[in-house]
Design a protein around this ligand. Sequence first.
Ligand SMILES: [Zn+2]
Length: 229
Amino acid sequence: MIYNREKCLITLKKAFENMLEYFQMNNIDIPNIAIVNTNADEVIYPDDSKMNIFIQENFLKNTPLSFANLVFIHECIHIYVHMIPKAKDARYIKDCFGTAMIDIFDIDADVCSFLISKKLNCNHLNFKQYMLFVSEGQKSFPITKQHQTCRLIGSLMSIFVSDIFCKKIIIYPEIVPFENLANVIIQIEGSMFFLEAVDISEFNTKNIPNFDNFMFNKIYQFLEKRFEF
Ligand SMILES: [Zn+2]
């Protein structure tokens, strides 16, 4: 992996422009993207005016650009779309609304970052490649270590079905402790649905693309039915 500072800046700027286009945010100026070496806790963070966004050079040096790009878009969505610019803001939401709410913001950012990167790559990015990018990126940036299981399952399933149905679909499973069941909230381009407890005993993240676990089947059937109308 060869680090090229200029190439990184060009790629990240393009990603930001695509994010603005995706959300149709015509009134936002593109911030100055600065590669820095600081000891801030966050890998990507804005200044108070949000006119400057900082990204740690070490992160770019040690992470494949395809994955760094996904993380960059994810963070920019938190900052410029969700209005959750700093880690302290995320903690505040967690305190007010609980972990599930912050997980849903994260899943939303993951799905949008996938769809934006897909567009950036002229539709050449699919779920399988996404998984490759993520597993490659995890070696240097173990993001899922901090993830809740619900968030991880939710993100992967959401991205998988969004890719199939070419729509933004958010799936959030809330696991019922000790019962191998999950209550599922599904949001399809703004409309929300509740799917009552589904069996997750066979659930395995490796099985997601294989249609052979009960949870996935039930969600898939539900989506197929919705899209018949
Ligand atoms: Zn996040």
